[in-house]
Design a binder for this molecule. Sequence first.
Ligand code: PLP
Length: 386
Amino acid sequence: MTSSPVRDILKILSRNDVISFAGGIPDAELIDRDAFHAAFDHVLTNNGRRALQYSATKGEPELLDQIAARLSRDLPTTPDHVQVLSGSQEGIYLVGQVLIEPGDVVLVEQPTYLAAIQAFALAGAQLIPVKTDDHGVLPAALEEAIEQHQPKFVYLIPTFQNPTGRTMDAARRQAVADVLVRTGTPLVEDDPYGELRYSGERVAPIAALPGLGPQTILLNSASKVMAPGVRIGWLRAEGPILRTIEIAKQAVGLQTAVTDQLAVARYLDTNDLDDHIRRIAAVYRERRDAMYTGLRSVLPDTASTTNPEGGMFLWVDLRGSVDTAANLNRAVEQGVAYVPGPAFYASDPNPATMRLSFVTNTPETIAEGVRRLGATFGWPKAAPSR
Ligand SMILES: Cc1ncc(COP(=O)(O)O)c(C=O)c1O
């Protein structure tokens, strides 16, 4: 087992002279601390003994109700369909534990979320990447891979993907859904960023398309839109898999902290989350624009960058023989950090790629960080490696 490069980089970054584009970390100033203070206070004052006690593995009824109501905006969901998680990462782990036998194939995007690679690999999965373009996974390549490998499931992050920031448009979702329904292949849809949209049209999760609900495990989280420190996530599924996941969760941690569940339920009951999301999206939009325009003005013509409609990340491919991992120490010396792209590949990594997060820094700091990246890689001018 190897440690996550992102977590390792986060350790270096306690140095506060380094501008970090590395972590996918919400801006702490935008977390509604006062509202959470009031929510925790209310829970401990009015419901303290229950909040501090053991409880059911599935989740607290108040939170299950809130989650079911929110999910029902896109697909009919009752509290029975929901399992509360200690962060959606726990759901990724549990799905790996209950569905994967050593040697089983899981199909993933290329590149994909590195902690999903870790969790599925830990369960013994063989991860096979499927070709993608700017709109996500290619339906024909997906169908071919399904026929060839008979995967246990396909893992996709269709909206503001980590690490690329890409989103599958409605037509691509339908084409992918058609392949999954036709071949009866289960989907694990990971959607922690979907509500953080800054431009373009909202798209519903693939799970909401006709026929997909019963064969999809949809993962969601409080982390990116409320607060990651409460460690509250959830999954939606149908049928006997829910009970299996619940039993696996008993084995891992018995339950998610009741205090945190009740506080999030209270927060959702007494605050307008949509309004909060609109406020943070306005700030993140400016930061995305600052990073995209800053990069475009200095990147060599040979390099490419995504321009995401939401989420937290932008993906740069410097092309040629540039090695972003080999340059990371130099970048940190220049006072800037990123995550080298290869960590996000299940196989055949592209060494010239990097993931940049735009949410944690102000536009001014982003401009300075981009300048420091330029000093590291020799921009603006032709790619150093050509
Ligand atoms: C794609 C994706 N899935 C899941 C997670 C896990 O989030 P959490 O466990 O905080 O809900 C993250 C966090 O960065 C992520 O990027």
